[in-house]
Design a protein around this ligand. Sequence first.
Ligand SMILES: C[S@@+](CC[C@H](N)C(=O)[O-])C[C@H]1O[C@@H](n2cnc3c(N)ncnc32)[C@H](O)[C@@H]1O
Length: 415
Amino acid sequence: MALRRIDVNAEWHPSGGPKGLFLFGDAVERMEALLGEYEGRIKLIYMDPPFMTGDRFFMRVRVGEEQWRRGKGSFVQQSFSDRLDRNGYLALMRRVLELSRRLLSDEGMIFVHLDYRAHPHVRLLMDEIFGEDNLLNEIVWVYQSGGRSLYHFSRKHDVILFYRKTERYDFNIDAVKAPRTQPRTSHMRRHVDPDGRVYRSIRSGGRVYTYYDDDPVAPTDVWQDLPHLQQRDPERTGYDAQKPLALLDRIVRCASREGDWVLDPFAGSGTTLEAARRNGRRFIGIDACPLTLNIARRRLAGADYGILLDGAAATEGAPVCKAGVRSGVGFYHLMLENFEIDIPNLPEGAQSMDCVDNWSAGYLRPEGYRVMAEFARNKREGALRRELAIPAYAGELALCVADVTGRSFYFALEP
Ligand SMILES: C[S@@+](CC[C@H](N)C(=O)[O-])C[C@H]1O[C@@H](n2cnc3c(N)ncnc32)[C@H](O)[C@@H]1O
């Protein structure tokens, strides 16, 4: 079977799940392009932009069956570089925040995740763009992971600036109430009711107030109950700066409702998008690092989503690919027979097919490449599945092979 390399700008993953988009490219350019369809329609924006750290960030990628089975990658790839100077950084953030305000609906809210370096500068920008009166919280997320400094107090918190767009914002505290983790140990009297439930009471101003220990409570603006991901956390994708799903779950649930649009313009490993998908929200993620495409294909499985590519950056290279097709009853069986591409510094012993991270088969349609079956290596199935079955429809068969550096190669199958 002859394969013809093709350019694809959109890859669609149809399913019955929540709708979404993953846009590969620059945040400002992509947000400007979103205005046409989404201005005033986004309910929640969360962003975890670079923090002006001056550092480079990496992803530890798993290559081949063995590394997937052990759950540990040894092929380290740069994911992004956080090296803009202050002026460049603030120019980027100003534009992203101005566009965010335009994209938000009047009921919408925005959460901007920062650390001690960027936070004071961005706070002033946000006061200017959103209005000081629209600041709802400066959330302090406290964690314990990492080492301890001997030269100053260890930095163990991030700041999340939380603004509304207008007074009509639709905040839902009930959605994030949780059981109290520690019983009240205050001056209140302790009682046990006939059902055995513990409650406390206090008299104040002639009234008696009672509080049950097992009543759910609303979080305050200090979040200490959501640990950072540990080194061996099963949630880890290998992407530096990945945030815990529980953190995004709280934000998504309190600031949006089922069916609402959620946007993350610095999506990284796609934590916000996964939280949105799990909670039945529609989502849009943007990122400029090609490695994020492979993570998105795993984390967004089950959603009805599209990946929009942007020119050649995630598709350049000259692979050798061989595939075959067999007709079954109502199905085509596509076999990935070989895939080779030059990748420097692959782990010792890696075979050519080990550089395949994920692949899919489907059809070329006017709107782009429509995926009908896909396989991404995972901990249970680290070996590359070589055959995919897709329903036999009319149309041009195609496949996509993505390598461990995040490049996606598309081919049309010619009879
Ligand atoms: C701190 S990480 C986000 C991590 C994410 N919250 C997660 O849980 O994985 C910041 C992301 O911003 C992306 N990025 C930086 N500058 C960008 C730009 N101008 N346009 C689009 N993405 C950008 C980087 O590639 C990186 O993935």
